[in-house]
Ligand binder design. Structure first.
Ligand SMILES: Nc1ncnc2c1ncn2[C@@H]1O[C@H](COP(=O)(O)OP(=O)(O)OP(=O)(O)O)[C@@H](O)[C@H]1O
Length: 320
């Protein structure tokens, strides 16, 4: 049974494809035995390598693909049988595909979508105004979609998917190909949308910046199976990834090779800046800093988190 606040709930979900392999046919298991739960208001990153099964999962969640086995309920509905009811509660953005009318001005696409969702004139105006302002679409609101830059189009795509204020927004690679500023704008918007409307987010991405800035939790999929479920920090811990304390000293000093719980990684500018790796499970940045301060005067510091892409690579390597 679906718990009342579960927006996505799957049990043993799987999908196979029959593919031609020369003269023979074989079965590709794209997703297997996937049991996950996403609660109302959560933001979850669904990550994994190319071909791991992310898009196939998303398509099953929104009713585009029929599962081969197992069960899934999205917003309390069977996605395939209740597809029409589900579309009222879900917004989907596939980064590579457009749901806007290419030759029409952006505003016309929104008019059509508002009428498809039967928003009503007042709701349409309020919601459209809110989205145009928050996503800064005013400058190109009357421009045909085909003339938009990628960053402008992606903002319009996300706004279109969110026009009917769905409970769940599923984003497949929402920031792919965007420049730094466009990415930042889109992420800020999604954070604000979630805060204001309590929207549940599920996003697939290869950009760990998206996950770091947007998601409370990650699901890591490897060859169709769930390989990890938890926080990003927890993911780093599973592979023993270290954090790095970078200290700037008042005067050039000898390499800090005897700091308890830390490993000296290197020095710059004759020892003015030093880098020390430490395991966050064993010690803390504060303890390492206190030990450094016994040897030298620290004028500035920063802590570098483990590189998440590297962490994911290590998880994959450990499972091979
Ligand atoms: N329509 C299809 N017919 C045959 N095989 C498919 C089909 N769709 C997906 N697959 C296969 O299923 C597996 C999972 O593919 P899927 O597209 O779900 O991965 P993904 O994690 O989304 O990858 P990417 O990050 O590259 O988008 C792959 O081996 C892929 O080749």
């Amino acid at each position: 049974m679906t718990e009342p606040d579960a927006v996505i709930e799957s049990h043993g979900l799987g999908r196979d494809f029959r593919v031609r392999d020369g003269l023979r046919r074989r079965t590709v298991v794209a997703v297997d035995d996937l049991t996950v739960r996403v609660g109302a208001g959560e933001a979850v990153g669904y990550i994994g390598a190319n071909g791991a099964g992310k898009s196939t999962t998303i398509k099953m969640l929104v009713g585009i693909l029929v599962p081969t086995r197992g069960s899934v309920r999205t917003c309390g509905h069977d996605p395939v049988h209740d597809r029409r009811r589900l579309v009222r509660q879900v917004g989907v953005v596939f980064g590579q595909r457009s749901q806007l009318w290419w030759d029409l001005p952006v505003r016309e696409s929104f008019r059509i979508l508002a009428s498809i969702h039967a928003l009503g004139a007042v709701r349409e105006r309020e919601r459209t105004d809110e989205l145009v302002e928050r996503l800064e679409m005013g400058a190109y609101w009357s421009t045909p979609v085909r003339q938009l830059s990628l960053g402008q189009r992606m903002r319009a795509e996300v706004a279109a998917a969110l026009l009917h204020a769905p409970r769940l927004v599923v984003l497949d690679e929402p920031t792919i190909g965007l420049d730094v500023l466009s990415k930042q704008r889109l992420r800020e918007f999604l954070v604000a949308e979630r805060r204001t409307h309590g929207t549940t987010l599920l996003l697939t991405t290869h950009d760990m910046g998206d996950v770091e800035r947007l998601c409370d939790r990650v699901l890591l999929v490897d060859r169709g199976r769930l390989a990890y479920e938890g926080t990003l920090a927890g993911l780093s811990r599973t592979v023993g990834a270290e954090r790095v304390l970078v200290v700037d000293l008042a005067e050039p000093g000898a390499d800090l090779v005897t700091v308890p719980g830390a490993r000296h990684l290197g020095s710059e500018a004759g020892g003015l800046r030093q880098r020390l790796a430490f395991d966050a499970e064993v010690t803390t940045a504060a303890k390492v800093l206190a030990a450094v301060a016994e040897h030298a005067e620290v004028v500035d510091l920063s802590v570098e988190e483990p590189d998440v892409e590297d962490v994911v690579r290590r998880v994959y390597a450990a499972r091979r």
